[in-house]
Design a protein around this ligand. Structure first.
Ligand SMILES: [Zn+2]
Length: 225
């Protein structure tokens, strides 16, 4: 049988790898807003489907620690109150309603892309990964997401900044003190605090920028009239 290749990472892949990628696309599509106000860019999806951001877990226990940390920190930082006893579905629906979308720079888990990572014999070099997949990410941003703002969700995505700037997206990238947000790792209270403070500052700035563009467009229209 001919070797199958994954459309996401371009690598020879098992049927399970391809099936999981398709499941992730289906889940994300369900919660994708028509117009993306803010695109949150993470590095790569987790290995377990239950840990994927758009997996509508029935309760926090279904998610692994890292996945749970990201969801709950986003929920708190964006002041999205989940209904009492509701699973992730209500949070994801509200996230969508506000025009937020979360996408991964790499479409497949890093461990599937970097040989030896799972065995502990290799490390995932963030710079090399961006070098490999940067053009694909940029194309997805330009042709598919076309967001008003871009928020980078992990310092490992910082190598994307020059790439986005060269492509003319620089003023849409909302950084915090010149850097992406720290991933809110549950064992790193400092990163969690930075994530919360940064997110709240960025969301305020995004709202302000949108408003000032709207006012500027309106005044420009008035001048024409
Ligand atoms: Zn793949």
């Amino acid at each position: 049988m001919a070797q199958a290749y994954c459309d996401g990472c371009g690598l020879p892949a098992s049927p399970e790898h391809i099936a999981l990628r398709i499941r992730r696309i289906e889940l994300a599509t369900r919660f994708r807003p028509i117009h993306i106000h803010a695109l949150f860019l993470a590095e790569a999806p987790p290995e377990r489907l239950e840990d994927y951001f758009y997996y509508p877990a029935g309760g926090p226990a279904e998610r692994g620690r890292l996945s749970r940390a990201l969801s709950s920190e986003l929920m708190m930082g964006l002041h999205v109150a989940a209904a009492e006893g509701a699973g992730d579905e209500s949070f994801l629906a509200e996230f969508q309603r506000r025009g937020y979308f979360l996408a991964d720079c790499l479409e497949c888990p890093v461990a599937d892309i970097v040989p030896g990572l799972r065995e502990g014999t290799a490390k995932a070099n963030a710079h090399e990964l961006v070098h490999l997949y940067g053009a694909t990410i940029l194309r997805r941003i330009e042709t598919s997401y076309r967001p008003k703002h871009i928020v980078l969700l992990s310092t490992r995505t910082r190598h994307l900044i020059p790439l986005l700037q060269q492509a003319g997206w620089g003023d849409r990238v909302l950084l915090y003190h010149g850097l992406p947000l720290h991933f809110p790792h549950p064992d790193n209270p400092g990163a969690q605090a930075q994530f919360r403070a940064g997110l709240s500052e960025i969301v305020t700035r995004a709202a302000w920028l949108t408003k000032s563009t709207w006012v500027a467009n309106r005044s420009a229209a008035n001048v024409v009239e």
